[in-house]
Design a protein around this ligand. Structure first.
Ligand SMILES: [Zn+2]
Ligand SMILES: [Zn+2]
Length: 233
């Protein structure tokens, strides 16, 4: 009742364009443009990269066959373009944390048949966290954990050194840059657990892979989910 009254007095506005929205989050126009970026099959069954041809079935890509990653599967809801890029930038650099919940809502549809039992965000280094004031991956992971009713574990996977900005680095440099940058507190608690590892954007997968490596070493199986993937279709 109160919500209905508040919606009339203060109608929700789109977090991206300021137009009137039907519900908290994005207006119909922006939501439609975000959906246009959704990644659909055919994709790599392991890393989730979309294949160029719209026809065909899901299968493992050459890169995953050659060098299998430490996660059992990685999925991204959207291509990192257009309104999706705007939304993530607004959250990450604009500090508009209210974008996290509607984004997580849209991402939950891309988890598919994977059945995790814990939600773990990719951590920020303490220095970076102080600078930004929040970890965007944690905000998204927290909403996701609510939506899928799973416990959120955000203080056991740690980034032990500041890996700086990965933007502009090539695949091999990214891999070297994050190598050995993560550690687990109470690794025994992850034994036999299926972890949903959450990040905002995946580019080469180096960070997801490095986090998965320490989780796998502790006996966990990792399914990674990101809001977006930086690829051109
Ligand atoms: Zn809008
Ligand atoms: Zn792959």
């Amino acid at each position: 009742m109160l919500k209905a009254v508040l919606d009339i007095v203060f109608p929700p506005v789109c977090l991206l364009c300021g137009e009137r929205a039907l519900k908290k989050g994005f207006c119909e126009g922006c939501a439609g443009l975000i959906e246009k970026e959704r990644i659909t099959t055919p994709i790599c069954t392991i890393c989730g990269i979309p294949f160029i041809s719209p026809r065909g079935v899901d299968h493992a890509c050459g890169k995953c066959v050659e060098e299998p990653p430490s996660f059992s599967a990685a999925r991204s809801a959207f291509v990192f373009e257009g309104k999706v890029l705007d939304a993530i930038h607004k959250l990450k650099y604009g500090g508009d944390t209210s974008v996290a919940a509607p984004l997580a809502n849209l991402v939950s549809g891309s988890i598919g048949g994977h059945r995790p039992c814990l939600v773990v965000p990719v951590p920020l280094h303490a220095g970076r966290l102080r600078e930004r004031g929040f970890n965007q991956s944690l905000l998204i992971a927290r909403e996701l954990s609510r939506i899928i009713s799973l416990p959120l574990i955000y203080n056991r996977l740690k980034r032990t050194r500041d890996t700086g900005q990965q933007v502009g680095l090539k695949a091999l440099e990214r891999k070297k840059n994050v190598s050995g940058a993560f550690t687990l507190v109470e690794p025994g608690s992850f034994k036999g657990k299926k972890v949903l590892l959450v990040d905002d954007v995946v580019t080469t997968g180096a960070t997801l892979n490095e986090c998965s490596k320490v989780l796998k070493r502790a006996g966990a199986v990792v399914v990674a989910i990101t809001v977006a993937r930086a690829v051109k279709l």
